[in-house]
Design a protein around this ligand. Structure first.
Ligand SMILES: Cc1cc2nc3c(=O)[nH]c(=O)nc-3n(C[C@H](O)[C@H](O)[C@H](O)COP(=O)(O)OP(=O)(O)OC[C@H]3O[C@@H](n4cnc5c(N)ncnc54)[C@H](O)[C@@H]3O)c2cc1C
Length: 478
């Protein structure tokens, strides 16, 4: 029987295995998934303690990218979908030491409503006029890549970059707009400029047609769950991992192994040998590398030194999340939003904070609040190295300054994510085309994960489904 070995038991590896099983009967070939750690899930890790539900890594998926929700539905988790509490759907931006509301209608960085922008305390009058002037700025003449920083400065001005785009992007990608590729990270904005000549015009047009389509669509059935921009699962994102692993483990000819780090892969006479650090060898007809690009680079050295080198050029940054809970009565701040982001120019030690117990229900006991702070990223990578006590002290000081919280926390939890967030830097698309072509030339080898074709959970699932179909095609042909 043919065998596929999948290396990496994060969402990319697990969804590749699931997709293979969805499209092919269990008797067709064997799947062996090998995970380095003593748990599956990679960056996805939910903990429950003292009535709190704490997400160590991701806390939601973007509903606009449907693949995570579609997979969850196919796994029978549709009744577990949890929308955000949208009556509090506001984001704050720290500016001049105070929290200002991100003007309503600003979508990532593009203003779509005049009044909220005009009355915003976040942006100065010259900054507002400069943003509005975007409507008249000619579009870029060539299709070359540029940094997100250059793109936003060119279209919307420096203030929009410093106070809106940079902190929002750092809060999501932990990245630096001066090195991030706008084409790879925000292809939709590039498309808006190309098609409409203006981000504002393009976005307003897009929203109007979405509004029209929504009005034309039949009214949702009464019991249909609300879908908000960010969605999660009631019992946390680990529920997706737990469901995937338990369903896969019950499937014939499918073996999931944790605590099984792979040290190298070799290829001889069209067959692969996957070598584990334990000394065990596993033969395979196809190998899926669903580990981070730097780990894939190490494993591929003997198969293709050039590919290994190229994979190493995809940079990663480290981050940490610090979840911190207080008694509600001890927090005077109204917590009237989903949280805040911190521009680099503010020179603070946290990148962002989510007011988790406001954003989602079922995250904290009724008398408590749960806040999750983001540390590190391209701005302050060295802070990820702080020990737990120093990290918590630092976060308490930051929340004291920014939100006026002086109380002692009732719970703290630190998660470090070393070299976990791939960065799509300028030239990413060419780099990935080169990698894709090279991988396609090596029969039986596949790459998936957040380093290549989309950074979030949903895109990782989408690309793993593409890879699964390629493998089935390979087996059907041979
Ligand atoms: C703090 C944080 C917050 C985030 N928030 C969000 C969010 O809210 N929404 C969202 O969509 N995305 C978010 N992301 C991104 C999201 O986590 C990733 O897109 C997704 O989890 C990537 O999955 P993956 O399987 O590609 O990689 P990983 O989760 O990194 O999994 C790779 C796996 O490979 C294993 N591995 C490595 N080397 C070997 C080896 N030699 N042998 C065997 N196994 C190996 C690793 O142990 C790991 O389990 C966040 C990321 C972080 C770090």
């Amino acid at each position: 029987m043919k065998r596929v070995v999948i290396i990496g038991g994060g969402i990319a590896g697990l969804s590749a295995a699931w997709s293979l099983r969805e499209h092919c009967p269990a008797t067709g070939f064997e799947i062996v998934l090998l995970e380095r750690n003593d748990r599956f899930g990679g960056n996805i890790k939910t903990e429950r303690t003292q009535g709190f539900l704490i997400e160590g890594g991701p806390d939601c998926f973007l509903s606009e990218k449907p693949w995570a929700m579609e997979l969850s539905k196919r796994l029978g988790l549709a009744d577990k979908f949890l929308p955000t509490n949208d009556k509090n759907r506001k984001t704050f931006v720290l500016s001049g030491g105070a929290l200002h509301v991100l003007p309503e209608g600003v979508i990532l960085m593009v203003p779509t409503k005049i009044l909220p922008l005009a009355t915003s305390s976040l942006i100065s009058w010259p900054g507002k006029f400069r943003m509005a002037a975007e409507l008249f700025i000619p579009k870029k003449k060539d299709a070359s890549d540029e940094s997100l920083g250059d793109f936003v400065r060119r279209r919307l001005g420096k203030e929009a970059l410093d106070k809106i785009a940079e902190p929002l992007v750092a809060g999501v990608h932990a990245g630096d707009p001066e090195t991030m590729s706008v084409r790879a990270s925000f292809p939709k904005f590039v498309q808006l400029e190309e098609e409409s000549g203006s981000l504002i015009r393009g976005m307003v047009k897009k929203m109007a047609s979405m509004h029209k389509a929504r009005k034309a669509a039949p009214a949702p059935a009464g019991d249909r769950k609300r879908v908000t921009m960010f969605m999660t699962l009631r019992d946390g994102l680990s529920e997706l991992i737990d469901t995937l692993t338990s369903r896969l483990e019950k499937t014939e000819n499918t073996v999931l192994r944790k605590g099984a780090p792979v040290s190298s892969i070799e290829k001889k006479d069209g067959k692969y040998t996957v070598r584990l650090e334990s000394g065990e060898n596993i033969d395979a007809d196809a190998v899926v590398l669903a580990a981070p690009a730097w780990a894939a680079s190490n494993l591929l050295k003997s198969i293709d030194a050039g590919l290994s080198e190229k994979l190493r050029t995809i940079p990663y940054v480290s981050t940490a999340t610090v979840s911190i809970a207080f008694k509600k009565k001890d927090v005077k701040h109204p917590l009237n939003g989903f949280g805040f982001v911190v521009p680099k120019i503010e020179k603070r030690r946290i990148m962002a904070a989510t007011w988790t117990s406001v954003k989602f229900a079922h995250r904290a006991p009724d008398d408590s609040v749960l806040i999750r702070c983001f540390v590190g990223g391209s701005k302050n990578a060295e802070l990820v190295g702080l020990d737990d006590a120093a990290m918590v002290k630092m976060v308490k000081e930051e929340l004291g300054d920014i939100m006026g919280i002086q109380a002692e926390p009732i719970l703290t939890r630190v998660f470090r994510w070393k070299n976990s967030m791939p960065q799509y830097t300028i030239g990413h698309e060419e780099r990935i085309s080169w990698i894709d072509e090279r991988v396609a030339s090596i029969h039986g080898l596949y790459l998936t994960g957040s380093a290549y074709h989309g950074i979030g959970i949903s895109d990782s699932i989408r690309y793993s489904e593409v890879v699964a179909k390629k493998i089935i095609h390979q087996f059907e042909k041979s």
